[in-house]
Design a protein around this ligand. Structure first.
Ligand code: G6P
Length: 610
């Protein structure tokens, strides 16, 4: 998704902006651009494709200056092209970058065309540039012009604007899309994500909904709220080490993030486990009292986070005895929802900024829920700030678009939630102690599974030439099969579907032949025998099977069936462990196919538009 960087500094900002864009590459984009206020006035450079293409142009024609804005664009209105790339200008003195969507852009475009403005792009953003140009003529400065323009805009946005008449000023605004101010020493920065600015500062102001900010020479930062009143906003220090934003010795961020899972799962557990039970206060000071009143749970999320929610439904009903419902946020937010008394609303999100999940939370606030809990990876994100309770997943920055460590730490957090609620709802202390011990042993088991990497790499060769794949799981492993299929689709572009194994004969079995690899996870649980029968159904139709199985289940390799053995794990925690080989499989298939593993085509890391 689109990214914004801005800088007002004593030094040349071109390379700060460029480095910021590089750090935003992980979000997914199709063009990039920069506008700098130089002695010669406003200068712009844009390029279709990667930031490296923009960089090449800047080598040929540098844009030195002390104040500038830059952008990576993920096309929504108008195809990826240089003309549609940001910054957009009106005349030769004003430029704007924008994340999000201006929903009333057509009406505004007609109004501006009638007033004589000529449009040179197909974007919704260009209306903002022309509206600003018109307002700026009133002569009361950039901040006041932006404030007036915002009143005309409908939709979600983060904006950054510069004008050659105010050569050391950037004005930014946020409504519905994240924007942070980076606080430097006599310098100030803007970013849609703190990661974009970690090379220059670790101190940030997280702008609130409706805020407008003016950055000026000498590091001055002036924030006004939606009503136009000066607002004091706290400066927070970013917690993660900058090393998280580099690949280290790994070939891809995704690979690094897969291998980080033992340590981040341990981090997700740290300080949250007592001797034999979960510390309920890990969810915040009010958690104990709120949890005691929970009778139902509604979980809402998108993408991989949605799959984590599906796993949690099995856990919550089985171990805490609490009815749970899971729904994709884009569906949930547009239907009539019946909320039984005592229902807790839970959102799951890596970024905390996914537009549909955030909108679902805001919608839920009007529906009479008991309260809201966000399980999230990004401190200070909108979801975290707007929820009653939060549990941070502690995965550290996740850069690969395909989510890996964020998923397994979400599952870890969801097991903590299950046990916290179970503790209050009377889950036996023996079972609590057993699961707490299981959680403690999980990082070690994940490390053991990661040692299968070489074998899985060899296995992946069987997929490189295939066009389709089928993933099977039963019970709590059905969502794991869904997640496995999603990973393969996302990064290797192989069409993959997941089915509960019991549904096989109701349709998908018709697809099975020697060209359709079938992947299954077979932990040693009560559904194992049923799963084995389903696997036989596949074998009997000539399907090639790849089974990830508990070392104790006694599944033997035979022609057409490869078996990879995983260490024994407590039933309840198997979904976390069995995710790992599926991640590794997708990763190696994608590497073999030569796709862009960390930034797969058409996808974005953080989907901040609807
Ligand atoms: C995008 C990402 C997915 C992610 C989903 C939800 O589609 O590519 O990896 O699962 O958004 O994101 P969230 O940040 O809310 O977990």
């Amino acid at each position: 998704m689109c990214g914004i960087v801005g800088a007002v500094a004593q030094r040349n900002v071109q390379n700060i902006l460029l480095e910021g864009l590089r750090r935003l590459e992980y979000r997914g984009y199709d063009s990039a651009g920069m506008a700098v206020l130089a002695s010669a006035g406003l200068q712009r450079c844009r390029a279709l494709g990667k930031v490296a293409a923009l960089e090449q142009r800047l080598v040929a024609e540098p844009l030195p200056g002390h104040c500038g804005i830059a952008h990576t664009r993920w096309a929504t209105h108008g195809k990826p092209s240089e003309a549609n790339a940001h910054p957009h200008a009106s005349g030769d003195r004003l430029a704007v970058v924008h994340n999000g969507i201006i929903e009333n852009h057509e009406v505004l475009r007609h109004e501006l065309q009638d007033a004589g403005y000529v449009f040179v792009s197909q974007t919704d953003t260009e209306v903002v540039a022309h509206l600003l140009e018109r307002e700026y003529r009133l002569g009361d400065g950039l901040l006041a012009s932006v404030q007036r323009v915002l009143k005309r805009l409908e939709g979600a946005y983060a904006l950054a604007v510069v004008h050659a008449d105010e050569p050391d000023v950037i004005v930014g605004a946020r409504k519905g899309s994240p924007l942070v101010v980076g606080v430097g020493i006599d310098e100030a920065f803007l970013g849609s994500d703190p990661l974009a600015l970690l090379q220059v500062t670790d101190r940030f102001i997280y702008l609130q909904e409706g805020d407008v900010v003016r950055l000026s020479e000498g590091g001055h930062v002036e924030v006004v709220d939606e009503a136009g009143r000066p607002a004091a906003r706290e400066i927070q220090t970013f917690e993660h080490a900058d090393g998280a934003a580099s690949k280290g010795d790994y070939r891809h961020f995704m690979q690094k993030e897969i291998f980080e899972q033992p340590s981040v799962i341990a981090a997700a557990l740290e300080g949250r486990l007592g001797d034999k039970s979960v510390l309920v206060e890990s969810f915040g000071p009010g958690a104990e009292a709120l949890f005691a009143r929970v009778r139902q749970i509604h979980i809402v999320a998108c993408g991989t986070s949605y799959h984590a929610g599906m796993v949690a439904r099995y856990w919550l009903e089985r171990y805490a005895g609490i009815p749970a419902q899971v729904e994709g946020a884009s569906e949930y937010r547009y239907r009539t929802v019946v909320v039984p008394e005592g229902t807790l609303f839970v959102t799951l999100s890596q970024s905390g900024e996914t537009a549909d999940t955030l909108a679902a939370l805001r919608f839920a606030r009007e529906q009479g829920y008991l309260g809201s809990l966000a399980i999230c990876n990004v401190p200070g994100s909108s979801l975290v700030r707007e929820s009653d309770l939060t549990l941070m997943t502690q995965a550290g920055p996740e850069i690969g678009v395909a989510s890996t460590k964020a998923f397994t730490t979400q599952l870890t957090g969801l097991m903590l939630l299950t046990l916290a609620l179970g503790r209050i709802k009377g889950l036996s202390s023996d079972l609590q102690a057993e699961l707490v011990a299981g959680l403690r042993g999980l990082p070690r088991l994940v490390s053991q599974v990661l040692k299968l990497d070489g074998e899985i790499e060899t296995l992946s060769m069987a997929f490189a030439e295939k066009n389709h794949a089928l993933f099977l799981g039963r019970g709590v492993h059905f969502p794991i099969a869904l997640e496995g299929a999603l990973k393969l689709k996302e990064i290797s572009y192989i069409h993959a579907e997941a089915y509960p194994a019991g549904e096989l004969k109701h349709g998908p079995l018709a697809l099975v032949d020697s060209e359709m690899p079938v992947i299954s996870v077979a932990p040693n649980d009560e559904l194992l025998d049923k799963l084995k029968s389903n696997l036989q159904e596949v074998r009997a139709r000539g399907g090639e099977l790849f089974v990830f199985a508990d070392e104790a289940v006694g599944l033997e390799e035979e022609e057409g069936m490869r078996v990879l053995r995983l260490p024994h794990v407590h039933d309840a925690l198997a979904p976390i462990l069995y995710t790992i080989p599926l991640q590794l499989l997708s990763y190696h298939v994608a590497v073999l196919k030569g796709t862009d593993v960390d930034q797969p085509r058409n996808l974005a890391k953080s989907v901040t538009v609807e």
